[in-house]
Design a protein around this ligand. Structure first.
Ligand SMILES: Cc1cc2nc3c(=O)[nH]c(=O)nc-3n(C[C@H](O)[C@H](O)[C@H](O)COP(=O)(O)O)c2cc1C
Length: 418
């Protein structure tokens, strides 16, 4: 830039909203209730005040000592960027093709059960917002909304299942998902047994919820949730039920038990059976071992999600970002996706550089639905898209394909970069 040329905005002197970018919004133009939501983490601060204690604890919690939950975030700080200067990024694009479909961002929504317990019609809200933004949402097999209704609401074609090692049960659910119009089946592997979520016990959370004086009190002191979500749901839709797995169990019951089947019997031979039975794309979620990725690639699996379930299953399970490079190296031909701990555009770009083709976000999206319903979720998507877009420009990366390990260094010490 010639000396003496004036830069219109103060500070670092970068003009926002280049013609081909997303046209970043002026933060003052955000809807009033979302005005202070400047980053994904901001939604949690408000959601914590809105949700009854047991429900906030269920969503936010990890397991046992929360070692994996913490590691999922900390691992991103072990990596620093090496930005490239003087590259024209004005035509940069976030468009990402996954399984033959082009999405408007390299991220989507991870499957979350109990979504409609936190936010009014949560599953439907998430599905609609994802469809409007042209990003994928994985419908949870543990949702309180029938899978067919979620599919109808947002045209999502991804369905996630928790499966026991029983071919008859597997066949029934697969058939239902296929008839419902889903074409991508995600089988979650890291739920062999219920995990040790002490925080649920401490906070009084149960699935189904047990009607106790303590639960009544916890709900009464959260009137926005009580009337805006719970009473409204009862009046317009009746008592929610766990809809997609085992017997249809009501959300609140003093005796009800959710049928889970024996998931600790699920093994590769069942995956073979699923592969033969399910005609669509097949994705395994919860892969952390490169050897498992290799076996999956030999078993006709289309994709894997490197995940430790957001630190909610095995405490101390390796952070997915750390496991990613070795897994990507052995995933020959499969699409590699990742979740757990993604909160920022920089996190998305680090994961892509380390071998992910795509990433999924969990908790913050649900908090966004709690804070602002569909508008809140749309806002969360916009924030993350703008961050990725801005970070690409600052990194000198015009295409997501150029996001390689060349742009990364260990923040300190040897690190785990390939
Ligand atoms: C409230 C909640 C419910 C979840 N339910 C499911 C589920 O039904 N199926 C599944 O495979 N994973 C489930 N997960 C895990 C997410 O799919 C995802 O792996 C995790 O949330 C990603 O981490 P993050 O929340 O740090 O982004 C759930 C997570 C949360 C927070």
């Amino acid at each position: 830039m010639a000396s003496g040329t004036e830069v219109s905005n103060a500070g670092d002197g970068v003009a926002p909203a280049p013609k081909d970018s997303l046209g970043w919004a002026d933060k003052r133009s955000y809807p009033r209730r979302l005005r202070n939501m400047l980053a994904l983490d901001d939604f949690e601060t408000i959601a914590r005040k809105v949700l009854p204690r047991p429900i906030y604890g269920y969503v936010s919690g990890g397991v046992e000592t929360n070692a994996s939950l913490r590691a999922n975030r900390a691992v991103f700080d072990e990596i620093a960027f090496v930005p490239k200067m003087l590259t024209d990024t004005s035509k940069r694009s976030l468009k990402t093709t996954l399984f033959g479909r082009t999405y408007d961002a390299p991220f989507g929504f991870a499957p979350m059960g109990g979504t409609s317990l936190a936010a009014y019609q949560g599953d439907v809200v998430l599905a609609r917002a994802a469809a409007a933004a042209n990003i994928p949402m994985i419908t949870s097999g543990a949702s309180l909304t029938p899978l067919e209704k979620v599919r109808e609401a947002g045209r999502t074609t991804w369905f996630q299942a928790y499966l026991p090692g029983e071919n008859a049960v597997i066949a029934e659910l697969i058939d239902r998902a296929a008839r419902g119009g889903f074409d991508t089946l995600v089988v979650t592997l890291d739920v062999q047994v219920p995990s040790n979520r002490e925080n649920n016990v401490r906070n009084g959370y149960n699935a189904p919820l047990r009607p106790t004086p303590r639960l009544a009190w916890d709900c009464c002191v959260r009137p926005r949730w009580l009337f805006g979500m719970f009473v409204r749901t009862l009046l317009t839709h009746g008592m929610p039920h766990f809809e997609n797995m085992g017997p249809r169990t009501p959300l609140i019951s003093s005796t009800g038990v959710r049928g889970r089947g024996r998931r600790d019997t699920l093994c590769w031979q069942h995956i073979e059976f699923i592969r033969k039975t399910w005609k669509g794309r097949l994705v395994l979620k919860g892969v952390l071992d490169p050897e498992d990725a290799h076996i999956a690639s030999q078993s006709g699996i289309d994709g894997i999600i490197v995940s430790n379930h957001g630190g909610r299953q095995l405490d101390g399970a390796v952070a997915p970002l750390r496991a990613l490079p070795a897994i990507a190296a052995r995933a020959s031909g499969m699409t590699v996706m990742m979740d757990s701990g993604i909160r920022r555009g920089t996190d998305v770009l680090k994961a892509l550089a380390l071998g992910a083709d795509f990433v999924f976000v969990g908790r913050p999206i649900l908090y966004a639905a709690v804070v602002g319903g569909e508008e809140g979720v749309a806002h969360a998507i916009k924030l993350l898209r703008e961050e990725v877009d801005r970070d690409m420009a600052l990194l000198g990366v015009a295409s997501l394909d150029d996001m390689t390990t060349q742009r990364l260094v260990p923040a300190c010490g040897a690190g785990f970069l390939p």
